[in-house]
Write a protein that binds this ligand. Structure first.
Ligand code: CP
Ligand code: NVA
Length: 318
């Protein structure tokens, strides 16, 4: 039986993404109906970087479905330092059912998954943040009633969050227009995959090097920090390069009047977004944060496989 992971956005096909989003909708509507789905199961969160939303939504989600979670933070594990990642993965697979990793290097998650032999979830790497993006599409659908004919604008760094947003959009056939400084465009290899998939699904993905054309007529305006975790030494130079990419009232006015403001958080107010916009009436950032919980519960059920699925009548990933 093939082990299913969610390490990159494309680990799920479009039908699976839709199944998970639909399951998340049901979970959000009746969370108590799922309280024993993961009874007797144990998850490990292995995090090399700090986290509020990802850590707590995964922990709360797993525990609220009857499972138990062990958190291994930056002081508990140094991936590949104390021992080989392969040895750690092979040992942990004897104790736990699913591992959620937040790492500096995407390759570390792939290496862990190769030896773990059970589902692995990416809780953010330097390349991707797939749970964030899938959950963001849930929020977009919830807020706009669907994605057909809607324009999603992303303004800021061509980073992990941007990559997963573009990949998920390409897979689901959505329209995303992004604006980044030229030197901080999304990874060319990711863009190759995004363009190829967009051709197949009819998604519309377009890039600019200034925010105004990207934001014009947008239904969603999304941004993320300019300085990601691990990039602190580049802070001064990046802040200078991104100064024209701030999501402020002047930029918001170029979008649709009804535009919804999204940010994966944590936010650096006064840098990539102003306080006024983050706190404004168009902001849906805390609904966005909440939905991480519901969507990740659906991902965990889906990855838990056919035994959980059979027990509870959900078509599952293995
Ligand atoms: N959006 C997100 O991943 O937040 P945390 O870094 O707090 O987990
Ligand atoms: N791009 C940010 C996202 C945090 C959720 C980072 O990697 O730090």
């Amino acid at each position: 039986m093939k082990v299913r992971n969610f390490i990159q956005s494309f680990d799920f096909d479009a039908a699976e993404m839709k199944t998970i989003l639909e399951l998340a909708r049901k979970i959000k509507a009746s969370p108590l109906g799922y309280r024993d789905y993961l009874h007797g199961r144990v998850a490990a969160l292995i995090f090399e970087k700090p986290s509020t939303r990802t850590r707590v939504s995964f922990e709360a989600g797993y525990v609220s479905m009857g499972g138990h979670v062990i958190y291994l933070g930056p002081n508990d594990v140094k991936l590949g330092v104390r021992e080989d990642i392969a040895d750690m993965a092979r040992s942990l697979s004897r104790y736990i059912d699913v591992a959620i990793l937040r790492t500096f290097s995407h390759r570390a998650i792939l290496e862990f998954a190769r030896h773990f032999g059970k589902p692995v979830v990416n809780g953010l790497s330097d390349m991707e943040h797939p749970c964030q993006a899938l959950s963001d599409f849930f929020t977009i659908q919830e807020s706009l009633g669907g994605i057909k004919g809607k324009k999603i604008a992303y303004v800021g760094d061509g980073n992990n969050v941007c990559h997963s947003l573009l990949l998920t959009a390409a897979r689901l056939g959505a329209q995303v227009v992004y604006a980044t400084p030229k030197a901080h465009a999304p990874n060319p290899k990711i863009m190759q995959v995004v363009r190829h998939e967009a051709k197949r699904t009819g998604a519309k993905i377009q890039g600019f090097t200034s925010p105004a054309p990207a934001v014009r007529g947008a239904d969603i305006l999304y941004t993320d920090v300019w300085v990601s975790m691990g990039e602190e030494s580049k802070a001064a130079s990046k802040k200078e390069q991104f100064k024209d990419f701030q999501v402020n009232q002047a930029l918001v006015r170029k979008a649709k009047k009804t535009v919804k403001i999204m940010h994966c958080l944590p936010a650096h107010r006064g840098e990539e977004i102003t306080n006024e916009v983050l706190e404004g009436s168009n902001s849906i950032v805390f609904d966005q944060a909440e939905n991480r919980l519901h969507v990740q519960k659906a991902i965990l059920i889906y990855l838990s496989g056919s035994n959980v699925g059979r027990l509870h009548g959900v078509r599952s990933g293995t």
